[in-house]
Write a protein that binds this ligand. Structure first.
Ligand SMILES: Nc1ncnc2c1ncn2[C@@H]1O[C@H](COP(=O)(O)OP(=O)(O)OP(=O)(O)O)[C@@H](O)[C@H]1O
Length: 290
């Protein structure tokens, strides 16, 4: 196998907000170029913490105590601020969760899409505009000329999310981190957006880390998946293997709990309490604590 694009090894983090409670417990995962990996787990599993560590935006109250995040040959946890800034936005970019707040309300879409192309890629205003028009066409926006002139509030939530996706791919990054990008959207738009992200990553050969709490989303767009619980990797592998032949009882229960994108009429079966007890004892979480 070729050298991975990204390799997280033995990552441990604690919360200084919560008296040093563990947030990540020995997390390791790899990502090949062009691979789409889902990071899945319930609220508090540590998905966003991993995404933030990748983007160099961990809050001050989260402290990494051990481990490395190798992106190509650089350990993102050890890189000087300037080099880290060069990588972020250029080689690693983010599709944020909330299209309502992620765009600057006071600037036209053109300015927001062309800044990076001019400042980081040295394109002239004219070339940056042409590139922005092409990007908008790639995310299937009709009438891209009008959209470039618009302010965010003049566009629907689905349109704004498409623009954020275009922006994330604009500089041809090697890795896009998508942080629950479809949570705020209704189900039909959600499917379109997932297909769009998959189409763009295939066309550009970009690797994607896709943060979600939804196994249906994983089934739809991820090649591989890492399932987390309480900051611990519970299962990891190719999506078809993990979903088709789950090894851990937690994974089995989650799949049974649905809703399944391929079984939309299946009922909801909550994960049994005994499964959480088993998980907590395996991980070494004491009663009531972390
Ligand atoms: N700013 C912070 N400072 C300290 N601890 C934090 C901070 N943000 C989150 N945590 C803790 O880190 C743990 C993991 O949170 P994280 O947000 O990574 O989980 P998640 O899987 O992304 O959940 P969600 O789906 O709710 O976003 C939680 O126990 C949380 O209390």
């Amino acid at each position: 196998m070729t050298e991975p694009l990204l390799s997280i090894t033995g990552l441990n983090a604690v919360s200084d907000r919560d008296g040093g409670a563990p947030i990540l417990r020995d997390v390791s995962l790899t990502l090949q170029r062009g691979e789409v990996r889902g990071l899945v787990g319930e609220s508090g599993a540590g998905k966003s913490t991993i995404a933030k560590a990748l983007l160099g935006i961990l809050p001050r109250t989260v402290r990494v105590t051990n481990g490395s995040i190798l992106f190509e040959s650089h350990d993102l946890l050890k890189l000087p601020a300037k080099q880290l800034r060069d990588i972020m936005g250029n080689e690693i970019s983010l599709i944020p969760q909330d299209p309502q707040t992620a765009l600057n309300p006071g600037r036209r879409i053109e300015a927001q899409l062309t800044d990076g192309l001019r400042l980081k890629r040295g394109l002239s205003s004219r070339d940056a505009r042409l590139r922005a028009l092409k990007l908008l066409a790639e995310v299937h926006i009709r009438d891209p000329e009008r959209v470039l002139r618009a302010y965010p509030h003049e566009l629907s939530g689905g349109m704004r999310q498409r623009i954020l996706i275009a922006a994330a791919f604009a500089l041809e990054p090697k890795l896009v981190v998508a942080d629950e990008p479809t949570t705020a959207l209704d189900v039909t738009v959600q499917k379109q957006i997932l297909r769009l992200i998959r189409g763009l990553q295939e066309a550009h050969g970009t690797a994607v880390i896709f943060v979600t709490h939804d196994l249906g989303v994983v089934a739809q767009i991820c090649d591989t998946v890492t399932l987390l619980y309480a900051g611990k990797v519970i299962e990891d592998g190719r999506t078809a293997d993990v979903l088709g032949n789950p090894q851990h009882i937690y994974t089995k229960s989650l799949i049974a709990a649905g809703p399944r994108y391929d079984r939309p009429d299946a009922g909801l079966t909550p994960v049994p309490q005994a499964v959480f007890e088993q998980l907590r004892s395996e991980i070494g979480i004491r009663e009531g604590g972390r």
